[in-house]
Ligand binder design. Structure first.
Ligand code: NZQ
Ligand code: ZN
Length: 401
């Protein structure tokens, strides 16, 4: 196991009816900007619950900013950042999924990059994004009410922002972006369309895989946690597909997705974010949902890199899919690995998710533009060995056709 420091300051408030806790969690004299997405939070009544809780005690001034898109847009977020300055906001409350929470983190980080007229400098904000926001040293405090289990954004310090005009979807991370708290009320997920539920299960699954499926460093805690999370997602993914109303299933999916990307399973182990980084280009160029880009790419990433990932792939086959090499019909390593990848594809398909370009109505003409964008965004040394260059990415994309 490699050396590591683990730090995670996010208070998790989990359970039915917990939105009322906002009355205690948000400072009583705060000037709060509630941020939300395209309207689901209003429609489902969650925003009303939030407003009521914030007014329950204290002297808070409350403002609202709606319209943050799935794959949050840079230009929209900058409008929210201007609002932060215009109204002296000192607390951002994100109500939504990964897009709203990520977007609000970005707002929290870039609000101080103002020009003389008090608006946020678009150039400086773009520069900050292209350097992962890592040099920003102050941020507005942020809390979250999560409405879709998927990204783990509620308990991490990262995010992804889309800039449509520049065809760029770029990640950032800064410890100042950790939410002060996140409220996880599983009943809020019951209003999700099936597509978003399945997207969430798949996103969490791939988050675990990108931290687990590299090479062994004898990190027993991380490996065992990761394998458990994968098995729970397989089980509960099927369960939610069969019975969307089961709250116990929703609870387990929600906490698993948070655990999948709160840093815990990623400490002291090599990581490989190839699937995500190529996936971001697919979203940015073709508007494919984040999770669906991942299910299209992951099987091909595993097949292409099966030699360097061999030991972990065999471990994955054994511990997650119970593919046993010690039977009478002993398979060789290659066929064990291929079986595990096929099971993974079958799992994604069973949730209604695409596993190839063809499934997403794309063909080989999509490949060159993706490679150009990877190059433009300097995504040319991906993987746990930093040797997935554009040639390797091309082979991955060709396999995914
Ligand atoms: O916009 P509204 O109207 O709210 O509708 C949303 C949106 O259309 C809807 N929705 C959310 N909660 C709902 C609901 N509909 C009904 N009932 C509810 N309770 O669901 C749609 C998708 O929402 P979104 O926030 O985009 O989904 P998700 O949580 O999957 O977030 C995806 C974004 O997170 C980024 C992705 O790249 C993508 O931009 N990621 C962030 C990560 C992080 N911060 O660590 C890691 C991930 O790998 C990921 O990259
Ligand atoms: Zn993801």
């Amino acid at each position: 196991m490699n050396n590591f420091q683990y730090y995670n300051p996010v208070r998790i408030v989990f359970g039915e009816g917990q939105i009322k806790e906002l009355s205690e969690l948000v400072p009583q004299d705060a000037r709060v900007l509630i941020t939300y997405g395209g309207g689901s939070a209003e429609r489902t009544g969650t925003l009303d619950e939030v407003r009521t809780a914030l007014k329950a005690n204290g002297q808070r001034d409350i403002f609202e900013f709606g319209g943050i898109e799935p794959n949050p847009e840079f230009n929209t977020l900058l409008k929210a950042a201007d609002m932060v300055n215009e109204h002296d906001i000192d607390f951002l409350l994100a109500v939504g999924g990964g897009s709203v929470i990520d977007g609000s983190k970005f707002v929290a980080l870039v609000s101080s990059l103002t020009t003389q007229d008090g608006t946020v400098s678009r150039d400086q904000a773009w520069e900050a994004l292209t350097s992962y926001c890592k040099d920003i040293d102050s941020a507005v405090a942020l809390g979250a009410v999560l409405t879709i289990p998927a990204t783990g954004s509620e308990m991490n310090s990262g995010g992804v922002v889309n800039h449509s005009d520049r065809q760029a979807k770029l990640p950032f991370g800064n410890p100042l972006a950790y939410p002060k708290f996140s409220i996880l009320d599983p009943t809020k997920t019951l209003t999700l369309p099936e597509r978003q539920v399945m997207n969430g299960v798949a996103d969490a699954f791939v988050h675990v895989m990108e931290q687990y499926l590299t090479y062994p460093v004898n990190a027993k805690v991380q490996d065992a946690f990761a394998e458990s999370l994968l098995k729970i997602l397989i089980e509960e993914g099927q369960a939610v597909k069969a019975d969307a109303e089961n709250l116990e299933t929703r609870k387990n999916i929600m906490w698993t997705a948070t655990m999948a990307l709160n840093g815990l399973i990623g400490v002291g182990v090599p990581q490989d974010w190839t699937t995500h980084m190529i996936g971001h280009e697919l979203t940015s160029l073709h508007g494919i949902d984040h999770a669906r880009t991942l299910t299209i790419l992951l099987p091909s990433v595993l097949r292409e890199l099966k030699d360097s990932k061999k030991e972990k792939l065999l471990q994955y086959a054994r511990n997650v899919w119970a593919i046993d090499s010690n039977t009478d019909t002993k398979q060789d390593d290659d066929s064990i690995i291929e079986t595990a990848i096929v099971y993974t594809e079958d799992f994604f398909r069973s949730l209604g998710l695409p596993v190839s370009f063809a499934d997403a109505a794309l063909d080989e003409s999509a490949i060159d533009p993706i490679l150009q964008q990877l190059d433009a965004h300097n995504m040319v040394k991906l993987g746990e060995h930093k040797d997935n260059d554009l040639t390797v990415s091309r082979r991955i994309l060709e396999r995914a056709l």
